[in-house]
Design a protein around this ligand. Sequence first.
Ligand SMILES: [Fe+2]
Length: 390
Amino acid sequence: MPFYVRAGALPAKRHIQFRRPDGGLYAEELFSTKGFDSVYSLLYHLRPPTATVDVREWKRAPAQLLPNEPVKNRHLLTRRSTLRGDAVDARVPVLGNEDLLISVADVDRPMEYFYRNVGGDELVFVHEGEGTLETPFGELAYRAHDYLMIPSGTTYRLQPAGATRLVVYESSGAIGIPKKFRNPYGQLEEHAPYCERDFRAPVLRDPIGPVGEYEVRVTSSGRSAVYIAQNHPFDVVGWDGYCYPAAFNADEYAPITGKLHQPPPAHATFEAPGAAFCVFVPRLFDYHPLAVPIPYNHSSVDCDEVLYYVSGNFMSRRGVEEGSITLHAAGAPHGPQPGAVEASLGKTSTDELAIMVDTFRPLRIAKAALAFEDPEYFRSWLEPSPGTKT
Ligand SMILES: [Fe+2]
């Protein structure tokens, strides 16, 4: 996050002696990104985060991704997935490439271990449910429509208060706020669709002290391990800096609307290497008297578009349901389905909520996702033949 936050107890300067009440030194940890060249935070632990009792194998099956061959538009009804579990083992990979892996997860239980993805940032969208994301920086209470931004290397546990559905984006790099929304000092510009007050930082709790054996499952760009740590990952008494998990709720997004149709970049949220994220929230439609409120036909020649449908009436798209994912592949034209343009005329607003990511390298389809594919989707733009009942 590009905003400075401080929490808990800190010494007056960095890298100086900072003592516990029993006279011992707190253990300072620099949590840095891009080596020492990008955002970082300093955390103060009761005891060193380095104390490792054991390192074991974590047999985690990698996502099996198949080429989108022959290249075509696809529709995946992800609500048909029956897998349940915690926020890590419930993940069903859906689409992915070298830059991004997209999964859905139906979470019905808390994590009984800690998890750390060191391969890149994670962006977790909460479709339904509420609970708590626990991290060394503190706790983030989450609710429906939250984006949870989790920097690479953050140790966490997700504790649902009830059934929770997630869309998980695992990036190979940093996920951040688009440069176009920030001034040279990093502050959000007046024209940005959100402001600093919309982002929630973690609330630091009392440090958890007892020495023990704490299981931390680590994944790092295809490599993985189980670490047994001697000290609790959440034994932090204070931290400050610019790198920490944060939450942003899509309902806080202030959409940019216009006289004529606004293209997806007007609805941008985040960016990452090889990926641009957008959100389509309930909003007023265009106000030109002859405006066509829904999107035009479109060929995205240099990116694959992935929409996840959250709620509302998805006016330009027939046959999708909540939890549907459509992949509109580079080179395969897409747009409103037959009758959708006429049906939209005169409408003044939409209640749809959908999240989107464009990737600039081709996406592959996870083998697991083919089980809930609508194989007829690519034909859904055909006009019904005369006399056909629709
Ligand atoms: Fe498009």
